[in-house]
Design a binder for this molecule. Sequence first.
Ligand code: CO
Length: 134
Amino acid sequence: MLTRIDHLGIAVKSLEEAIPMYEEAFGLSCENIEEVPSQKVKTAFFNVGGTHIELLEPTSDDSPIAKFIAKNGEGVHHVAFASDDVPGQLAQAKAAGIRLINEEPVVGAGGKQVAFLHPKSTRGVLTEFCSPGH
Ligand code: CO
């Protein structure tokens, strides 16, 4: 079952430049910076009432985030829903005809299980299911 919106992923060119905007202009504080090798990104998390903002900076030119920024510029990249059963959630989506990017969950930020659905199947919104945490 999906239990809440876990986070919004936002693609940025530079965490160093983006973090101060969230801290100074919005008054949030960065909770955690972490590199996620499976996604070729460095992430920074901000807690907003239990839902997080996940800033994503590419760590290589072939990172999915580098490609996204090259095509679209910086901006909202994905919506992540927490699920108490990520594999079951993927199976349900697949059975409903949704194209999966990850057939099996991979390890994402915070050691969570994460998996992505293809935006062409989900009305243009890159969608992530992740195990609950925080
Ligand atoms: Co995410």
